[in-house]
Design a protein around this ligand. Sequence first.
Ligand SMILES: Nc1nc2c(c(=O)[nH]1)N[C@H]1C(S)=C(S)[C@@H](COP(=O)(O)OP(=O)(O)OC[C@H]3O[C@@H](n4cnc5c(=O)[nH]c(N)nc54)[C@H](O)[C@@H]3O)O[C@H]1N2
Ligand SMILES: Nc1nc2c(c(=O)[nH]1)N[C@H]1C(S)=C(S)[C@@H](COP(=O)(O)OP(=O)(O)OC[C@H]3O[C@@H](n4cnc5c(=O)[nH]c(N)nc54)[C@H](O)[C@@H]3O)O[C@H]1N2
Ligand code: SF4
Ligand SMILES: [Mo]
Length: 856
Amino acid sequence: MIRSTCPYCGTGCGVLVGPDGAVKGDPDHPANRGRLCSKGSALGETVGPRGRLLQPEIGGQAASWDQALDLVADKFSMAIRDHGPESVALYVSGQLLTEDYYVANKLMKGFIGSANIDTNSRLCMASAVAGHRRAFGTDTVPGLYEDFELADLVLLVGSNLAWCHPVLFQRLTEARARGTKVVVIDPRRTSTCEIADLHLPIAAGADAALFNLLLAEAARRGLKPVPCEGLEAALHAAEATDPAASGLSVQEIQALYDLWFASEKTVTAWSMGINQSDSGTDKVNAILNLHLATGRIGKPGMGPFSLTGQPNAMGGREVGGLANMLACHLNIEDPAHRAAVQDFWAAPRMAEKPGLKAVDMFRAVEAGKIKALWIICTNPAVSMPEADRVARAIAGCEFVVVSDMMAETDTLRLAHVKLPATGWGEKDGTVTNSERRISRQRPFRAPMGQARADWWQLAQAARRMGFAGFDWTHPAQIFAEHAALSGVAGSLGSDFDISDHAGISIADYDALTPFLWPANARQRGGRFFSTGQFHHADGKARLIAVTPRPVAAPLILNTGRVRDHWHTASRTGLSPRLSAHMAEPYLEIHPDDARRIGLAADGLAEVTGQGGRALLRVTVSDRVPPGHPFAPIHWTGETSAAGRVSALADGRTDRISGQPALKAAAVAVRPFTPAFYAYAIAARPFRPDTDYWATATHARGMTAELAGLAEPDDWLAFGRRLFGLTGAAEVQTLSDPARARHRLAFVEAGRLVAALFADRVPVAVSRSHVAGLLGLAPPETVLAGQAGADMPDPGPTVCACFSVGVNTIVSAIAQGGCLTLEALGQAVKAGSNCGACRPELAALIARHEPRLEAAE
Ligand SMILES: Nc1nc2c(c(=O)[nH]1)N[C@H]1C(S)=C(S)[C@@H](COP(=O)(O)OP(=O)(O)OC[C@H]3O[C@@H](n4cnc5c(=O)[nH]c(N)nc54)[C@H](O)[C@@H]3O)O[C@H]1N2
Ligand SMILES: Nc1nc2c(c(=O)[nH]1)N[C@H]1C(S)=C(S)[C@@H](COP(=O)(O)OP(=O)(O)OC[C@H]3O[C@@H](n4cnc5c(=O)[nH]c(N)nc54)[C@H](O)[C@@H]3O)O[C@H]1N2
Ligand code: SF4
Ligand SMILES: [Mo]
């Protein structure tokens, strides 16, 4: 058994990998104690060779590592020589390991001599970092996961914990069973609300108003502030806040007061609903103000808690991966800090000032100011706001290098040089989770093809550029150096000091068990700020006067995540189980909006934003408020015709953190009315080119939803071309041209290889049934598209671990009398492994349990 860490969310669960590659939760890891969610459980399905980039390429041609690295070093060196260090840039990721990240930052800030290194954490954590630094003087998450369990009250603000940090959600669910109260503050009624004692459907972007109201009320009832400055001004701003600005009723606000003032042990955990805003830093400080003014910080069961998204978002902050940070939480603007790092690195040319933040960096690429760009472990052509504009900027850049583990991503298509990176299972290093716990990711098999570690690629390029100090042969040496530098930082007052591990040996690194930082002679683990001592020069915390800045537009698009996909789905998209939960990009919109706009349920919507357009399936639902539809972020140019929702977002950013407002894009929505809709399945991969399409992996092949503005003249020819089939395949057809209903099944050697179901209206066939027939001898009724009485149809997947469909679950509830999660688990296994679907199961029980009709 190899002990490693899950490569997805910031919960940072420990996993055990067996010799056969099977993955289970590590019972000894403090983050999860053996639990895993659906994504962690399905890791085994995503580590095969399928889709991997296996060797370096230059201009689309296979190249050797020497050729590729020499070219990268030459192009970067030439740009620096001809145009200065500001003419090159690195754009990296919170999914890099700490060792990779450390090398990237060292190369850029100490040797190239510019701070033009930024990361996708700019889209994610930047406002939390900026808020912490304003309040505490340093970027510190004071609390621990156990505080969620020790608290009497947990506020989740702009966090869909059930889907995005599922194991932490399970821990909270268990705490709630013991009495902890949970409040969810989110405009949407998410799965997380299944455990909410109170759900506050806040108006878009209005969180600062709500936290100001709480602060003003706290002042009326008596404050218990920590040593701080700025209290008066913050109270003044809070008292000026109009309750109506929150979009909540007086009763709802009162209900929150009742909970907050009844329980001192309070944790406020927040995530992207707060950070991804053009006033995100102020919102963070509105939360921190309240905790500082009420003294609820640094003690068991109390504190503000920023949930990190990516597995190593926290590690990236430690190494100083953001353009405005140095290393080990040191300050790039402080000459003494710069000198100490320069000395330690023996660096020839230190960056003297902050570099370009992500949005500005890609604007500089667009303007031709960046002559050489290296993108590592992120897919900005999909995930950046103004994604179309960013993709065009990258396409226009003189020299672009992309390191990725997969062979086909929207960004990789734009690269001059493609570098194959090792992926999870091959990588060796450390990550830090949301509670500051550092864990090892250990390899359990050799790199695939010619893939190499990201730190190795960066160090090789640095050496070829003539820089000394990049001679490591093992990641342990990089970690040892990073830990030693943190000791220097600690002596300058930095909170991030893990000098216990300075100079760690390879053997000790291999044996390293998960530990919390700080880890030095002064402090090991624990909470920060328990003594009321902060990191500003006077030792006091700062409260910030916050004036809420509401978002106003007739239609504000909210975007975010679904349970079983990870970002651009380059890995989760490989798993049939994970792809079955939600197989299509969609727009979840309130019935009033749908009616007003004329959107048909299950039809398509064309959404236009400032920067682009998307075509999404309509889902009409009152789980979203009027005027505030929601769309998931997981579809790309590889998996859809126009599902990249970040193309709709504009480039507005927070003026302090530079974080873009990805949760609030002003959009227009109108019906997209195609001449036909279709559902297609095939045993072999195919790539549609209809006006609308979205593909998904299936255990028996691939599925796609299609729609087009013009009906094909010849459906058979259309089908053959779509699936790349020759005349050899036998065809069954069923046509009703009057209703534009055409169905085709292609059979080779007695097995179903592909099928197409087209209609003038959204296609009504059972997807799970027909796709399940691929590769089998098709029944005569295949073109009916519905399961016969002899073949039950499971319906769309709810439980990804055991692939249990909604129909199976509903019948177990309605006919089988399974009215508890335990009973459902026993009867049909649903929810009995990772538990990530338990909120959805609970909702199904509530909706479908047999009820006696009330007498009128
Ligand atoms: N399944 C899954 N899990 C993931 C990821 C993934 O891709 N898939 N990604 C990881 C990463 S990198 C991150 S950053 C985290 C993100 O984790 P979360 O932040 O929990 O996830 P999101 O879905 O982006 O957004 C959270 C919620 O913010 C709400 N929201 C939008 N606007 C507002 C507002 O103005 N106020 C409030 N209070 N709420 C608002 C949205 O309705 C949404 O439910 O998830 C991590 N975990
Ligand atoms: N509209 C909107 N946009 C958003 C968000 C939102 O909520 N709404 N959320 C934002 C947030 S919080 C985030 S974190 C970003 C995420 O956005 P991205 O970072 O662009 O998304 P990923 O799909 O995780 O990209 C990671 C890439 O790295 C590759 N990869 C995986 N492991 C490795 C490795 O070890 N080495 C290398 N070199 N490559 C590897 C993967 O194949 C993948 O192509 O999206 C942001 N964009
Ligand atoms: S909660 Fe799930 S995705 Fe997050 S680290 Fe744990 S197993 Fe991985
Ligand atoms: Mo993120």
